[in-house]
Design a protein around this ligand. Structure first.
Ligand code: SF4
Length: 353
């Protein structure tokens, strides 16, 4: 897998594109007029490993949260703006770290030019976020329906508009809820432009099915070398978006955050009847863990000790007791199954230090 070389841009203290690691981002789901709830969720996202946080700014008035958030939490904040370009101008005046605009919803070239001029003057990076659900009317008229080509043409037009204003700190997204259409659009755009790409499958769905759909779409793009920042869109707690993004990046060998759990599916040979609950509870417990380890949890003696030995740390269950392995050696035997999860966690923390 060879990553496509893109222009490197900076959003707050985070680099995107070029040789930078692929950045994980998410979006706040609280009411932006509720400062405390929004701050709490921003902190939760940061703790889960989120590197950029986007906030919806539905009105100019909402922008007053920007200086508050910037004072309280050290993570770049991106304002998500639709329809009213004046919100983008106000957000930039107030020192937002980046903005995302959808030219399709602003739908007025002169207004987008005003945003471009302000972005240049305030040195604010901008994502030009195309979406099949809101392609600008001019392009839609030409293509009749929201195709990948329509998104690409519109994105190239607007990156050109920003270039004419003398501002090139840009990134681009071309999202559809259909995987094939999304992949087609990104591949076509990447052939014609060096701007870093924000990737994701829009409106992917609820946590379980949405994570699978996102993994397929984002996985294909990453395999093609496309993608500089990732957002997994899920109908659920945004912390799961961050967790899912790291899972995808880790499984593709692109980032190394969190615990890689190797666990057997269990079968009739498993003598530990509640192994599924043990694994589920363990996964929840280590959700914020930022070190990287391979941890095996196995249900019986067939593959159990073998897999557990290969992992950094592993536990293999027998009839009533478990064995703990570390780097291939047995470090503890006769562990009662009710203590197994905590002993495993303790060993992880001892290992990482
Ligand atoms: S490790 Fe044992 S319990 Fe788990 S799936 Fe394999 S045979 Fe079944």
């Amino acid at each position: 897998m060879k990553r496509k070389k893109t222009k490197k841009i900076q959003v707050g203290n985070v680099f995107i594109g070029g040789d930078s690691p692929i950045v994980v981002q998410s979006m706040l789901k609280t009411d932006p007029d509720n400062f405390q709830e929004t701050l709490n969720q921003t902190r939760e996202l940061k703790k889960a490993g989120c590197e950029l946080v986007r906030i919806a700014l539905p009105q100019e008035e909402t922008c007053k949260i920007i200086p508050f958030l910037k004072k309280e939490v050290d993570i770049p904040i991106i304002g998500d703006i639709h329809f009213n370009h004046r919100i983008a101008l106000r957000a930039m005046e107030l020192g937002i770290d980046g903005i995302r605009i959808n030219p399709g919803t602003i739908n007025n070239v002169r207004k987008v030019q005003e945003v471009a001029n302000m972005a240049r003057d305030t040195k604010t990076p901008v994502r030009i976020g195309m979406n099949t659900g809101s392609i600008e009317k001019r392009v839609l008229k030409k293509y009749k329906r929201p195709t990948a080509d329509a998104m690409v043409e519109s994105a190239l037009y607007y990156t050109g508009l920003f270039e004419d204003a003398g501002w090139t700190e840009l990134k681009v997204s071309l999202k559809a809820s259909d995987i094939y259409q999304t992949v087609e659009a990104y591949k076509k755009f990447a052939k014609q432009s060096q701007y870093p790409l924000h990737i994701g499958i829009t409106e992917a769905g609820p946590i379980f099915s949405g994570a699978i759909k996102s993994a397929v779409g984002i996985g294909i793009l990453l395999y093609e070398g496309i993608g500089d920042t990732v957002r997994v869109s899920l109908t659920g707690d945004p912390v799961y978006e961050v967790v899912a993004a790291y899972h995808i990046l880790r499984d593709m060998g692109l980032r190394k955050r969190g615990i890689n759990i190797i666990s057997c599916p269990t079968c009739g040979r498993c003598k530990t009847r509640n192994l599924m609950e043990i694994v589920e509870a363990f996964e929840k417990d280590i959700i914020d863990f930022d070190g990287h380890l391979n941890v095996a949890i196995m249900g019986c003696e067939v593959n159990g000790p073998g897999e557990a030995k290969e992992a950094d740390i592993g536990i293999a269950f027998g009839s009533n007791k478990a064995i703990l392995f570390k780097k291939g050696s047995v470090v503890k035997t006769g562990i009662p199954k009710e203590l197994a999860k905590n002993i495993l966690k303790e060993e992880i923390y001892n290992t990482i230090g």
